[in-house]
Design a protein around this ligand. Structure first.
Ligand code: HEM
Length: 282
């Protein structure tokens, strides 16, 4: 944990390379279609990258956490595994911080418009939240780091409360009539942020246990504490993955939208599909 600026520099270079890869991917898609990279393609690739770099590292953290909790591993292995968890954890945090802003822009690009006052919240949210996440990581263990981590936590609670309120308001005035799937995605996002806050309570207790492990070595009581915190965080983590999967499905299928109904209307089935029936597209 001593070389944090180096690690963060590495994360930014890595992210930059991936964004470049995403941009190249968008270019390939465009060449297949119209030779033009549209803003839609760029934002869509960014949105998908956020999912990839959220879920992938999250699974990594989960696997490392089982190594930390396992008393059969040496103390040194367990402390190293905890260090890995801590480093990888920056990725999901970065992705969560940017998801609402990128999702909000994507929503506008696909034709679901926002009021001017919503832009005042949507656009700065991502950069501000990302700054808090990075400062909290870089300055961890200092008073500045602790203050910024608290601000990050409060911001999460604000998101948990304000997103459902804003979805309820937009639904009540009929703005989401053609895009109920976006409302569902927003509610899932708020639920995921809440689940993350609840899971963190258990994982924070684990950090205390790791420090004890590094300083004094393992003991039966400490092992039980570590196993307990991993076990209690597990249901929240699995619920987050289910939420991510459902949000992805909603983004692909867009149930309730005009496009989704047009897609269904475009398919006609003749006969029994299990017995040689045919599916044709109009
Ligand atoms: C909770 C985490 C989220 C995940 C895992 C997620 C994932 C996805 C995925 C996989 C797609 C399909 C992309 C494709 O068809 O290639 C998608 C589409 C979309 N997402 Fe999300 N999303 C999330 C949150 C959000 C949020 C919060 C918003 C809006 C505020 C949003 C807005 C959209 C829009 C508008 C599309 C459709 C783009 C199109 O029509 O092609 N997403 N999302």
């Amino acid at each position: 944990m001593n070389n944090k600026p180096g690690k963060v520099f590495f994360v930014f270079i890595f992210t930059g390379l991936l964004l470049w890869f995403g941009y190249a991917q968008a270019l390939t898609l465009s060449v297949e279609s119209d030779y033009v990279i549209s803003s839609y393609e760029v934002v869509l690739v960014l949105h998908e990258l956020l999912l990839v770099f959220w879920l992938g590292p999250d699974i990594g953290i989960f696997i490392w956490s089982t190594k930390v909790a396992n008393p059969a591993n040496s103390d040194a292995t367990r402390v190293t595994a905890a260090g890995m968890m801590h480093t990888i954890d920056l990725f999901p945090r970065v992705c969560i911080s940017l998801m609402l802003t990128v999702g909000g822009i994507l929503t506008e690009v696909v034709g679901i418009e926002h009021a001017w006052w919503q832009w005042i919240a949507i656009l700065p949210l991502g950069p501000v939240w990302l700054t808090l996440v990075v400062i909290a990581y870089l300055k961890e263990g200092t008073s500045v780091g602790e203050t910024v981590a608290k601000l990050d936590k409060w911001l999460r609670w604000i998101v948990v409360v304000s997103v459902p309120i804003s979805v309820a308001y937009a639904t009540s005035i009929g703005r989401m009539d053609n895009a109920p799937w976006v409302s569902a995605k927003l509610l899932i996002f708020a639920a995921i942020v809440l689940l993350g806050l609840l899971a963190r309570r258990h994982l924070d207790a684990m950090q205390g246990g790791i420090r004890e492990l590094a300083a004094n070595g393992s003991s039966d009581a400490l092992n039980a504490k570590l196993v307990g915190s991993v076990k209690s965080a597990r249901p929240y983590i699995i619920a987050i993955w289910v939420g991510l999967a459902v949000a992805s499905w909603l983004g692909i299928e867009q149930p309730g939208s005009i496009q989704s109904e047009m897609r269904s209307a475009a398919v006609s089935v003749t006969g029994d599909m299990t017995q040689g029936g045919e599916q044709t597209w109009k």
